[in-house]
Design a protein around this ligand. Sequence first.
Ligand SMILES: Nc1ncnc2c1ncn2[C@@H]1O[C@H](COP(=O)(O)OP(=O)(O)O)[C@@H](O)[C@H]1O
Ligand SMILES: [Mg+2]
Length: 594
Amino acid sequence: MTFFTVYRRVLGLLAPERRIVLWLAAANLVLATLPFLEPLLFGKVVDTLAASGGRAPADVWADAIVLLGIWGLVGVGGIVANMLVALHADRLAHRNRLAAMRNFFEHVLQLSVAFHTRTHSGRLLKIMLQGSDHLFGLWLAFFREHLATFVSLIVLLPLALWLNWRLGLLLVGLIVVFCSLTVFVVRRAEAAQTEVESQHSELAERTGDALANVLLIQSFVRLAAEVRQLGDVMQRLLAAQFPVLNWWALATILAQSTSTVTVIAIFLLGTALHLEGKASVGEIVMFMGFATLLIGRLEHAMSFVSRLFFQMAAIADFFSVLDARPGVTEKADAIELARAEGTVTFEDVTFAYDPGRPALRDISFSVAPGETVALVGPTGAGKSSTLGLLFRLWDPQSGRITIDGHDIRDLTLESLRRNIGVVFQESALFYRSIAENLRVGRPDATQEEMEAAARAAQAHAFIMRQPAGYETPIGERGVTLSGGERQRLAIARAILKDPPILVLDEATSALDSVTERLVQQALAAVTRGRTTFIIAHRLSTIRDADRILVFEDGRVIEQGPYRELIAADGTFARLVRTQYGAAAVGSAEEPGST
Ligand SMILES: Nc1ncnc2c1ncn2[C@@H]1O[C@H](COP(=O)(O)OP(=O)(O)O)[C@@H](O)[C@H]1O
Ligand SMILES: [Mg+2]
């Protein structure tokens, strides 16, 4: 994105507030024009006084009063316009900064898991906060300075040329030098500043990552190393930043010298013209006033271009996140799926995270409503990926998945995901109270319903032992709870959501064997009447399933009920033998937990 595209887009964000923007622009026009009237009036006053010698005092007074009256009006107009800007520009900027943040937040939360896998949350947070701050600053500066500066330059130059074209040309020269300097520096320093910004993001990413892993850092005595690595990033940042600063320093010095030279030139040229009778003293005074104003404006322009320059990369990052499209999209005419019956089919589904390295190949199976299906196989075989496709974390490259005969890509994402409850091995919890965490899938659940779900998940007892029961806040990502407790909350949350399709991805792996047995019993109750997918290693779960899908290397290599698979004496039978001993295959009794 180029400099001006970004600037235009920043201002374009204000489009919904067009009316107030137009008012502010008008006020700016007034503010920009008024200061020019002052040197004009000043020059007139000087000329009136200079020519007063041979005139009647009453005439001189009459002229002076008219001029002073106009001057007074100019002052009042300025105050009114200033008030309008002061009152509304700030409000506008504050309002839109929060709106920009909200849009960013909403947008980012819809982006695909793939996007979030690539992009660290620390980086996103930095982009959001810094981006919206910069937008805020730019909007404010636009209404307080930029616009007035543009208008001044546009109004001032023709006026100056009209008043005295010889002196006016000097000012034109001044502007040309300023603009060339700015363009030159921006061109030179642009790439370096992008590098600076990427180091800034790196910094945010590293600190965010470290803060999220304090336990890891302390237990592995990583403090010194982490701080040192942060120092390295800072070194790189400064190394990239310093050359840019040099360019701008050079530009500032040159700009200031140009201003001084211009003022001196006006004085010299003015004196010469005056001696030749081509300019009055008033005109020269007026011009000095103009030149000072113009130089002030140009310096403003230069400083805001440089400020915008330093913020450009951060704002461009902000926009590029906004431009990222969700990997999984909803069709315009997507169907709203009411409560599903729970028939799920996979038809020749092939899927790869990275092109050319398929994680799943030709997966086909069909599950009837209420059936419980166990997915077994070694780590990395594709079990989680298969279930991720079911609620559209990703879309397969080929093949299709249907629920009750609907291709899931034809359903609204909301209704698809409302019909599926998920419990992962790593239970994600909000930094909020237990009750809020339980209600995420069903915000309107009553206290009784919530407690019933917690009881079913064997969680009620430990929740009641917390200092404030259901209202107890749990630490970031649930750090105040044990792994088993977090897991039971996640299960209770899924039970409370009461979906027709349930996905349990190693949901009970974090539990001790006693609790696991209890939760398994609870799960047996909640899986009844629901289509359930269980990824589990525990033999009892596998054995109780209506059907078993055996995964290996991204394929389903065997499927059928437990007894059939054992009787077939294939991969599954071998797996059970090595994991649970030969006895497990034959006997009905379950061996000790793994
Ligand atoms: N987000 C991801 N990005 C890239 N590759 C992934 C991702 N998640 C899993 N994989 C890869 O896909 C394959 C299947 O993984 P997964 O479905 O998690 O296996 P399982 O659940 O059976 O252990 C593995 O090779 C794994 O490395
Ligand atoms: Mg897995």
